[in-house]
Design a protein around this ligand. Structure first.
Ligand code: GLN
Length: 286
């Protein structure tokens, strides 16, 4: 039998430091997951012995992590906007950058007349449902449609809707390039679409390029294909005073501003930065 202390020590030998990880934190989180305990527990119980089977599993997972496999797919969880999301292979892991988008929308609603009325929100390319569920959680006057082309994404979003007991989110499986929306109109459309240029996907960290779904990353030749389509669809499904807010790559805000402005739909377009100081969210107001 090995102790918690020994496992953590062995773990950081296995998980080498790369540009995308923090070995000490990673191995703690793997062990927390296996023992169903928090990190404080590990610190306070360093001498506790761990069952053989659990230790074996720990070494396997540390090895896998060293190969770049995302930690969140192992633990099946990622916190986003203070909510715990179930994540699994086949869907993009929610990123802190995307919280900028959610916070922007919450702020718009809470500081305008949108605050006091019923709102219909559409989230295009919902993935795990992180954006849709957190908006629904923080905006009780909203009814959110979580749309994705991927069946796995829709299933994962459904798990997160259920897990968080969200009565005001529904899923919609469909392709934004072909889906025929009925007469339903939306007050807010949000999206974190795939925005990586096709040929640069291979340059992303191993974790992302190898293990995360291409479908959620590939934005076509110039990385902007989805923005053009989203603006086009928005033109058909918006209510009178609607808002379109999208996440962009750090160097795409100008291009996306141009797509928004060329559509002639918006009276005002804003760009917001993420916590790292990069342009991250473009919002158009009717
Ligand atoms: N933020 C992701 C990354 O750069 C990309 C997600 C996306 O294409 N929307 O790893």
């Amino acid at each position: 039998m090995v102790t918690i202390e020994k496992l953590l020590k062995d773990g950081i030998e296995i998980v080498k430091e790369r540009d995308y990880n923090n070995p000490f934190l990673d191995v703690q989180l793997i062990l927390c997951h296996l023992l169903s305990k928090d990190r404080v527990y590990l610190h306070l119980n360093r001498k506790e012995e761990v069952e053989e089977k659990t230790a074996e599993r720990f070494y396997e997972m540390a090895e896998k992590r060293n190969q770049g496999y995302p930690l969140q797919y192992m633990t099946n969880s990622q916190e986003f906007m203070g909510i715990d999301f179930y994540v699994q292979e086949g869907i993009l892991v929610p990123r802190p950058d995307t919280e900028t988008l959610v916070e922007k929308v919450i702020k718009i609603v809470n500081t305008t007349e949108m605050k006091d009325r019923y709102l219909r929100i559409l989230d295009i390319g919902t993935g795990s449902g992180a954006i849709a569920v957190s908006l629904a959680y923080y905006l009780k006057n909203a009814c959110v449609t979580a749309m994705d082309i991927s069946k796995e994404a829709i299933e994962t979003a459904a798990v997160n809707i259920e897990k968080n007991n969200m009565k005001n989110v529904t899923t919609l499986e469909g392709d934004i390039f072909t889906h025929a929306f009925s007469d339903e109109k939306f007050d807010i459309v949000v999206s974190n679409p795939p925005y990586i240029k096709k040929e640069t996907i291979g340059e992303l960290p191993l974790e992302v390029s190898v293990y995360e779904p291409k479908l959620a990353l590939d934005g076509g030749e110039d990385g902007l294909e989805y923005y053009r389509q989203i603006v086009k669809v928005f033109g058909e499904i918006h209510t009178k005073t609607a808002v379109l807010a999208v996440e962009t790559g750090h160097d795409q805000a100008l291009d996306v501003n141009e797509i928004f402005s060329k559509s002639g739909l918006f009276r005002k377009i804003e760009t917001d930065k993420d916590l790292g100081g990069n342009d991250r969210v473009v919002t158009g107001f009717l």
